[in-house]
Each structure stands twice: as structure tokens, then as C-alpha cells.
Design a protein around this ligand. Structure first.
Ligand code: NAD
Length: 341
């Protein structure tokens, strides 16, 4: 049965395909674009700068994970100093996150060229980190207007980055099942996205991976995240953990908690992963892809889990399955040890 729903679809132009980045200059309107790029994308940013000619205000290649507030300030100062009025972000979620921090105050459009599977390119969520806490917000200005998915740029992504990043994309599909703004359409995208990600990981097919990431980002950009994302943000901010790897370790445990709240959708998503049980299907996919399943493998000391237990329990307000302090501690302990659900 399909109940009543409201699906709020933002207007984003999605361009997908090999070679699309090399044609990007032709897509861009007349502005002074600043190209923000990650360290591995310096050559690509340079090519774009050359093609844009006078329409390029320069490149900015200083990118750090979780966008420290000092870096956001330097980026904003640079943007103003070079007289830019548009942003192209080429790189992973960290490069896109920096572009969002600049766009938030400069109120200018972003064109995103993601080179990982982080999904940030399709959301209106921005965030900077200061004093060990990631502060996020939502503003339509920072949602990229055009997103270019070019598998030529992700072809060389090393497996140790690609696998956790794909698990991050899978988290968008999974967490969307119980997100507040989920609709039958976001669930459809989530199931299709999960299947593409599984095919991509199992077959080392980078086009399927990027396609699955696009569907995951699309789902997440409409439905938003749930408990899983709130936990990962807390852990990332408190312990400076790498984003995608944290998702990979936490997701099976949150899926085990929440699957009962959406049993039919969870079963569809599990089937897309080729599994009978969603949480075990996620865990096994992470394992066989060589991704992270235990927070302890990220260098986090077990004693430190206690620092975030109360925040994790508080973050569960509104979650379809209750999570009190002891249950939060148990969930974190399982994610830390990497226990199969
Ligand atoms: P990242 O951008 O830090 O990239 C991870 C690593 O991969 C970096 O070392 C980077 O240099 C390298 N890399 C990127 N593309 C590459 C390529 N094509 N080839 C080789 N190396 C490459 O990490 P991420 O996982 O992409 O993004 C994480 C960040 O994005 C976090 O700060 C997270 O909070 C944010 N994020 C935000 C949203 C949102 O909606 N706002 C959504 C997802 C993630």
C-alpha cells in the first residue's frame, strides 16, 4: 500500500558519463569561477582553468577533511580577493564541503565534480568543524546547481579509498529508509543505488560505483539522513575520524537496530545486496570489499567511546527504534569491535 507522501525534488542538473569533465567549460555560464580542488585533482583543475581562460578566477587546492573553520575562513578570503563569483568544486566531499562553506557566505552558485562517492554534491547540507565539533546546517544556496559525474575521474581511485567511500554512498541509501522526508521515490532510488553499489564493489566496476553513488546522493539529498548520519557526525567531530571509513563501520550496527522499523523496505534493500538480512548483507559487503568494519581499526581507543554515549543516545530522539544510554553504548561497542550483526 502506498500512503500519502510529499516528495520535494530540488532542481539539480545531473550530467553523467565518461568525458563530461573535459567538456565542462562549455557547460559553464559567464562568471569568474574559482576552482576548488582536492590534492589528487590538481591536474584536472589546471586543465579546467586553461579551458575557462578569462572566466577562471583561479584555483584553490588547500582542502582538509571536515572543513576546519580556519580553512573555511582562508577560502572565503581568497574567493573575495580574486574577485570570483562562482565555484567549481572538483574532488571528494572535503573539496565540495569547502566550496559549500565559501558559497554559504558569498551566496554564489556551485558546480560540483565529485571524485569520490560521498554524495555531498547533491545535498544542501554544509558543515565546518571547530573545537572538535562539526556544526552542520542546511541552506539551498550551497546545493550545487549542476553536478558532473565523470567516471574517468574516479577510474584511478585506489581501492582503499573507493571501498569505504562506496559504503558511505550505501549509507545514504540505507539511512534514507527511515529518514523523516523519505518517500516511495527515495526508497526506489535507494534500492536501485544499493544494487549498483554492490555490483560496482563486487565487479570492481567504477561506472556502476559512480552511478550507485549518484543515486545514493540523490536519495540522501531529498530524504535526508537519520540516526546513522548523526552518529557518524558525532564520532567524526569528537575523534577526527575519517568520514567514509566511520560510515562503513557504523552502518551495519545501525541497520541491525532499525531494520525492524521498515521491514519491507529493508528486505528490498537486502535483496539488492544479494542478502537475506540487511545488516549482515552490509557487513559482509564491507568485509569482502576490504572496507572497514571496526572503529578500532581507525585508531580509536575503546575507553574514548564513553565520551559520546550520551550524545549518541540524545541523537536518537525521533529514531523509529528507541536507543537509551546502555543501548547506545552497546551499539558503539559493537561498531568498535566490528562484530557481525
Ligand atoms: P575526502 O574528500 O577527504 O577524500 C578522501 C581522500 O580521497 C582524500 O585523500 C582525497 O585526496 C582522495 N581522493 C579524492 N578523489 C580522488 C580520486 N579520484 N583519486 C584518488 N584520490 C582521490 O573524503 P570523502 O569521503 O569524499 O568526503 C568526506 C567529507 O565530506 C566529510 O567531511 C563529510 O562530512 C563530507 N560529506 C558531506 C556531505 C553533505 O551532504 N554535506 C555528505 C557526505 C560527505
Amino acid at each position: 500500500m502506498i500512503g500519502p507522501f510529499t516528495h520535494d525534488q530540488p532542481a539539480v542538473r545531473i550530467v553523467f558519463g565518461a568525458g563530461t569533465f573535459e567538456r565542462l567549460a562549455g557547460e559553464l555560464e559567464k562568471r569568474r569561477w574559482l576552482v576548488v580542488h582536492g590534492s589528487s585533482q590538481a591536474a584536472a583543475a589546471g586543465r579546467l582553468r586553461e579551458r575557462l581562460g578569462a572566466r577562471c578566477a583561479g584555483t584553490f587546492g588547500e582542502v582538509r577533511r571536515h572543513v576546519p573553520v580556519e580553512l573555511a575562513e582562508r577560502g572565503r578570503t581568497h574567493f573575495a580577493a580574486v574577485g570570483a563569483d562562482g565555484l567549481v568544486a572538483v574532488g571528494g566531499g572535503s573539496a565540495i564541503g569547502l566550496a559549500k562553506a565559501i558559497a554559504l557566505t558569498a551566496r554564489v552558485p556551485i558546480v560540483a565534480v565529485p571524485t569520490t562517492y560521498s554524495g555531498s554534491e547533491l545535498t544542501a547540507v554544509h558543515g565546518v568543524t571547530s573545537e572538535g565539533r562539526k556544526r552542520t546546517g542546511r541552506d539551498e544556496t550551497v546545493r550545487p546547481r549542476t553536478v558532473v559525474y565523470d567516471p574517468d575521474l574516479t577510474r584511478g581511485l585506489p581501492r582503499e579509498i573507493a571501498a569505504p567511500s562506496a559504503m558511505n554512498a550505501l549509507a545514504h541509501c540505507v539511512d534514507a529508509l527511515w529518514a523523516a522526508a523519505a518517500t516511495p521515490v527515495t526508497t526506489l532510488l535507494a534500492v536501485e543505488g544499493a544494487g549498483a553499489l554492490r555490483e560496482g564493489l563486487d565487479g570492481a566496476d567504477h561506472e556502476q560505483l559512480l552511478y550507485g553513488a549518484a543515486l545514493g546522493g540523490w536519495t540522501f539529498g531529498v530524504a535526508g539522513g537519520g540516526l546513522h548520519h548523526r552518529i557518524c557526525h558525532l564520532l567524526g567531530g569528537a575523534f577526527d575520524l575519517p568520514h567514509a571509513e566511520t560510515h562503513s563501520a557504523v552502518l551495519p550496527q545501525v541497520a541491525a537496530l532499525n531494520a525492524a522499523a521498515a521491514p519491507d523496505d529493508a528486505a528490498r534493500l537486502a535483496a539488492a545486496l544479494g542478502a537475506a538480512d540487511l545488516a549482515r548483507g552490509i557487513f559482509d559487503l564491507a568485509r569482502r570489499s576490504g572496507s572497514v568494519t571496526a572503529l578500532r581499526d581507525l585508531g580509536l581507543a575503546e575507553e574514548r567511546l564513553g565520551e559520546v554515549v550520551d550524545d549518541v543516545a540524545a541523537a536518537a530522539a525521533g529514531n523509529p527504534v528507541p536507543l537509551d544510554g546502555p543501548a547506545a553504548r552497546e551499539l558503539l561497542a559493537r561498531a568498535w569491535a566490528g562484530e557481525r550483526p
